[in-house]
Design a protein around this ligand. Structure first.
Ligand code: G1P
Length: 290
């Protein structure tokens, strides 16, 4: 088999949530479309995919999410107007995405949690390994590209993790694992949003996953968990018992753009980056944050 065939070539973006923390803006604008400087969050997630060799991108959407499809489509009227003004360059960045990737969409009819959203996306990814991108986690240093390398080595589901302080651990899926190389663990247990006193470690899962297709079998048999929702964490916990699941520690910085604080931090960071005031140096930035 060619080495290329081991690479993950598809990604799924669950994008059906209400974006509660950003209401009232998200009453009519999908949270994935909130802009960091002049580009919506999904733009950054899609670019990360492209840089990791993933061009086949599926969205699990819901009501009120049509703006995502419109963003990822041509707009002949606008293009004509811009052309007349010699201003087509405004669309260059998004055109690059539109012309390079294939986008597919499926609607999640009921909001039954992240696990249910992934299961809804099954027809879009088939029986191939695929990446999952939660667009509100905006990452520097392209974790997906690094996870592709880990996948080549272990051929197993991979979750990206980050050290999380105790007061925030209850916002994350948390792993317990055995470190097999620096920053890489075999997952022994995963718990969704535990109380700090019950957390099996300080390693919280962030919104980048590579999943092998048997995850769908586990998801189909996963009963509702925390919050009455079908949790991806629970299905991954079963997969970790039956097969192997790997946790990989992020090397770069991550902005939690699902929170107002993280969103503002990302906005400031990318604004300065755009203005050329700051060179992208994920490691240094991360160290500074800690
Ligand atoms: C989801 C997952 C959680 C993970 C988090 C990462 O939670 O359920 O395990 O740690 O994404 O962002 P959410 O933030 O959607 O509540």
């Amino acid at each position: 088999m060619k080495e290329q065939s081991f690479l993950v070539e598809k990604a799924l973006f669950p994008a059906a949530g209400y974006g509660t923390r950003f209401l009232p803006a998200t009453k009519s604008v999908p949270k994935e479309m909130l802009p960091i400087v002049n580009k919506p969050l999904i733009h950054y997630g899609i670019k990360e995919c492209m840089e990791a060799g993933i061009f086949n991108i599926g969205f699990v959407t819901g009501r009120n999410k049509r703006a995502i499809e419109d963003y990822l489509d041509n707009h002949p009227e606008l293009e004509q107007k811009l052309d007349e003004k010699d201003a087509l360059h405004y669309l260059e960045e998004v055109d690059e995405i539109i012309n390079t990737c294939t986008f597919t969409y499926i609607r999640q009819k009921q909001m039954l949690g992240l696990g249910h959203a992934i299961l809804t996306g099954k027809p879009l990814v088939g029986r191939d390994p695929f990446a999952v991108v939660l667009a509100d986690d905006l990452c520097l240093g392209n974790p997906l590209r690094e996870m592709q390398e880990i996948f080549k080595k272990y051929r197993a589901s991979i979750v990206a993790v980050e050290e999380v302080p105790p007061e925030k651990i209850n916002r994350y899926g948390v792993i317990k694992g055995k470190e097999i190389e620096e920053g890489v663990w075999i997952v022994e247990e995963m718990v969704e949003k535990p109380k700090p006193e019950n957390a099996p470690s300080n390693l919280g899962v962030i919104g980048r996953y590579i999943l092998t297709p048997t995850i769908f079998d586990y998801l189909e048999n996963t009963p509702p968990g925390r919050g009455g929702e079908i949790q991806l964490t629970d299905a991954l916990n079963t997969q970790a018992q039956e097969e192997i699941v790997i946790a990989y520690k992020l090397k770069g910085r991550r902005f939690d753009c699902g929170s107002v604080e993280g969103f503002i931090e990302a906005t400031n960071y990318f604004y300065q980056l755009e203005k050329g005031e700051r060179k992208e140096n994920p490691k240094k930035e991360k160290d500074k944050k800690r």
